[in-house]
Design a protein around this ligand. Structure first.
Ligand SMILES: *[C@@H]1O[C@H](CO)[C@@H](O)[C@H](O)[C@H]1NC(C)=O
Ligand SMILES: *[C@@H]1O[C@H](CO)[C@@H](O)[C@H](O)[C@H]1NC(C)=O
Length: 467
């Protein structure tokens, strides 16, 4: 699969913005840093979009200006050593709910570097919450929950966009074909069905898609091989431990959508339920999430699996891992750019749905299924449970065969033969003891000959098989 970074998930609008930017970049660079609370979101110097440095500076500024509301930090460094900012919004002064027991909603964007609208969407949400922190509903949210944002999961790619074309993957030094085809895809580097490729009829195509270093979906040498995905995993598992996650992505589809697990499986969620991939209780929870988000946004969304939406599967996705392995009811929200005249309009559409999820997440039950082990382990478990059955069948078969053999050959004194066998064995042991004690000069071969002869004689003395 050859990589065409210009094409996929790349809206015409973003493309125009971008070309214009290349021309205007030098003029724009001199202007003052935009701030969240100041100018509009679309005043970033990447022709509306904010650059890596602008985002970092604005986040820091926000935390400085609102110390009781905003906390700035970094979750770790990218391949090229850039910090990945994290912003935590919660009202630290309120004592309604202790800080430690406030459920967190995690928001991420720009996991693929050519999806600038995902970044704009997330920044708009942060800006709205801070600017409206005195609004009754927002204030209530901030005193009972945490809204945690990681705006640039792929900071290197976004930094590269400032001076060159959009780069999709991270900057891992693999694939030297062109500078743009370098790197690992941060949305397929996660440790759940990382190398299970479905549908299996497309095995060759899927191998090309995930295993070829130059593919735009190259999944890396191992799950979590990349510092960006490893850092995000640590945030989810150990520091933030969110109750729910929205992975913001950008689509070139006509309408925005809410994607639910599983992305690796070529089926819709109803089929996934009937095949027990997906528990019925979990489907109910997802239904309530989708209904809540959709209702708050004037029916903006379609919803389903990636297979429903695009006839594609994604192995090793962040969404599947978060749901299945971390047990978190997470969704992927695909922001659509088409039809929107301004960046601000497109970005602000998903505010209501995000707030709706933040409001309903504290009531979410925990995921009912235990994290699935790999399917191979499942098969082994099944096999282990079946071992008594298999052994029983083998024993019954052997019994039947020996019975039939005995009948056929006329050995109706099987017990006698058995007893005789035991006697022979005993006698042979005695004989061995005797010869080893006797210290004769015989070698082993002679012993065996003697043994055979003596034993036959013994049987003859006893009257053969007759008693
Ligand atoms: C968002 O919610 C507000 C009310 O809370 C509503 O007035 C507005 O129309 C909603 N916006 C969208 C885009 O659904
Ligand atoms: C969202 O709401 C609209 C309008 O009510 C509806 O047509 C649409 O089917 C809903 N989407 C989902 C995924 O339920």
């Amino acid at each position: 699969m050859t990589i065409i970074p210009w094409r996929s998930f790349y809206t015409v609008a973003a493309c125009l913005f971008h070309f214009q930017n290349l021309v205007l970049a030098s003029n724009l660079r001199g202007r003052a840093e935009p701030s969240f609370t100041g100018g509009e979101l679309d005043k970033g110097s990447l022709n509306g979009f904010w650059t890596y440095t602008e985002v970092v500076n604005a986040c820091k500024l926000l935390a400085e200006k609102h110390p009781t509301l905003v906390e700035y930090g970094s979750i770790g460094n990218s391949v090229e050593g850039r910090p990945m900012p994290i912003l935590t919004l919660t009202n630290k002064q309120s004592s309604a709910v202790p800080l430690d027991s406030r459920p967190a909603l995690l928001l991420t964007s720009l996991s693929r570097g050519n999806e600038p609208l995902s970044l704009a969407t997330l920044l708009n949400i942060v800006r709205h919450i801070v600017q409206n922190s005195n609004d009754v509903t927002v204030a209530q949210l901030l005193s009972s929950t945490k809204i945690v944002s990681i705006p640039m999961v792929n900071p290197d790619a976004w930094n590269a966009a400032t001076t060159s074309q959009f780069h999709i993957k991270n900057m891992r030094d693999v694939c030297s074909k062109t500078p743009l085809s370098r790197g690992v895809d941060l949305t397929t580097n996660w440790g759940f069905h990382w190398d299970t490729y479905l549908p299996s009829s497309d095995l060759h195509k899927n191998e090309e898609k995930y295993e070829k270093e130059c593919s735009e979906y190259y999944h890396g040498a191992d799950p979590f091989s990349e510092p960006e995905t490893a850092a995000l995993k640590a945030v989810i598992e150990t520091s933030v431990k969110p109750k729910s996650i929205i992975f913001f992505r950008q689509t070139d589809a006509a309408t925005p959508s809410i994607i639910v697990p599983y992305t690796y499986h070529p089926s819709n969620s109803a089929i996934q339920t009937s095949r027990s991939l997906f528990r019925a209780e979990d489907v109910k929870v997802y239904e309530s999430i989708i209904t809540g988000m959709n209702a708050s946004s004037e029916g903006l969304y379609t919803a389903g699996t990636t297979w429903d939406m695009s006839g594609q599967t994604i192995s090793g996705s962040d969404l599947d891992w978060a749901f299945d392995q971390a047990g978190i009811f997470s969704v992927m929200v695909q922001v659509a750019a088409s039809g929107d005249k301004s960046l601000q309009t497109a970005a602000s559409k998903h505010l209501n749905a995000t707030l709706a999820l933040a409001n309903l997440m504290s009531a979410l039950p925990s995921k009912s299924a235990k994290p699935n082990k790999s399917p191979i382990l499942k098969h082994i478990k099944k096999a282990v449970l079946n071992i008594p059955l298999i052994l029983g069948a083998i024993a019954a078969f052997l019994l039947a065969v020996s019975f039939a053999t005995a009948r056929f050959l006329g050995y109706d004194k099987i017990w006698d033969r058995f007893v005789l066998g035991v006697q022979r064995l005993k006698r042979w042991k005695m004989y061995r003891n005797y010869t080893s004690l006797g210290a004769s000069g015989k070698d082993d071969d002679e012993e065996d000959e003697d043994f055979g002869w003596a034993l036959d004689e013994g049987i003859a003395e006893e009257g053969g098989f007759e008693r």
